[in-house]
Design a protein around this ligand. Structure first.
Ligand code: HEC
Ligand code: HEC
Length: 257
């Protein structure tokens, strides 16, 4: 049961959000547009962007054999850029398994099925580094709107999740990322909730985080129970956000507050 939004809560939220509310109608924008000048500059700096450390780590892992006799990612795939065209289409529908798969899931699948190794745990440094290296190779390409016809129900569920009120605070993703975009919330300026910068280096976290870590954080912000990494509802949400954010170019590794 999600309680209705209480007047007391609304008061607190509306006051906090009231300051600096500047709704910018028009084309969808990357979270980059909602950053202050300093963070924009940090993201653009090819030496100072802290996320680039993970790009380097990911490049090293891509080249390395994880164990004797085990082929490296590079031995089968060549350069990380060979997967460039695939990245903006993820998550995508797998007709054979009848499931959605995202980049983290595909990497873990190759680790277990092609390298016969235990897959890197979610949010581990290795998985974040490989994800970052691959997504970085696709930067500049726009997120794709394409959704397989079989994935239409998953897309609809993802959108429903985005618009459903949840948690003790009874707020939907859309409440914050559409209705209150541009408003300030505890020092953050609320963006449109785009996923084109992930994994992002978030100063609040002092590290890199995946899309699903962000979904968990946003769920917890309204005191809703978060889902596990890689869970079906988060894959559907990710599909919807990719579709919704289509045309916005990838900018991994983004820097966020
Ligand atoms: C109480 C308001 C609130 C709600 C509700 C909320 N978020 Fe957020 N979200 C934030 C804030 C604050 C940030 C950090 C500032 C920013 O980047 O927008 C954020 C960031 C994000 C980002 C990162 C954007 C970027 O450019 O890096 C994504 C993606 C996101 N949210 C998705 C969601 C999803 C999906 C939901 C619903 C499950 C949700 N949010 C619900 C407040 C909220
Ligand atoms: C033994 C060979 C082999 C190794 C080693 C390997 N892969 Fe793969 N990988 C494949 C094959 C084959 C596919 C399926 C390609 C296809 O369907 O076109 C694949 C698919 C993928 C995909 C999805 C790409 C697509 O076009 O659908 C990703 C992402 C990926 N691998 C990442 C990795 C990463 C990261 C590593 C190292 C941790 C790795 N792979 C190691 C053979 C390998």
């Amino acid at each position: 049961m999600h309680p209705r939004r209480s007047p007391k809560w609304c008061l607190t939220l509306c006051l906090t959000l009231g300051v600096g509310l500047s709704l910018s109608a028009g084309a969808a924008q990357s979270g980059l547009a909602y950053l202050g000048e300093e963070l924009k500059a940090l993201q653009a700096d090819p030496f100072a962007n802290p996320g680039l450390l993970w790009v380097d780590r990911g490049a090293a892992l891509w080249q390395a054999s994880p164990a004797p006799e085990v082929p490296a990612c590079a031995s089968c795939h060549g350069a990380p850029e060979s997967l460039r065209e695939v990245i903006p289409t993820l998550p995508r529908w797998n007709a054979a398994t009848q499931r959605l798969e995202n980049l983290e899931g595909l990497i873990r699948q190759c680790q277990s099925e092609r390298q016969h190794q235990p897959p890197a745990p979610f949010e581990s440094e290795a998985l974040l580094a490989l994800t970052t290296r691959l997504a970085h190779g696709a930067r500049g390409l726009p997120l794709s709107a394409a959704v397989a016809p079989e994935a239409a129900p998953a897309l609809a569920r993802g959108e429903a999740f985005f618009r459903e009120r949840r948690g003790q605070l009874g707020l939907s993703c859309a409440d914050c990322h559409e209705r209150y975009k541009g408003a300030r919330l505890r020092g953050d300026r609320i963006s449109e909730g785009m996923i084109n910068g992930f994994p992002i280096y978030r100063l609040t976290w002092q590290t890199l985080g995946s899309r699903h870590r962000m979904f968990r954080w946003c769920n917890e912000a309204v005191r809703a129970e978060p889902y596990p990494f890689g869970a079906g509802p988060y894959l559907e949400l990710e599909l919807f956000l990719r579709h919704r954010g289509a045309v916005i170019p990838l900018e991994t590794p983004a820097v966020r507050r």
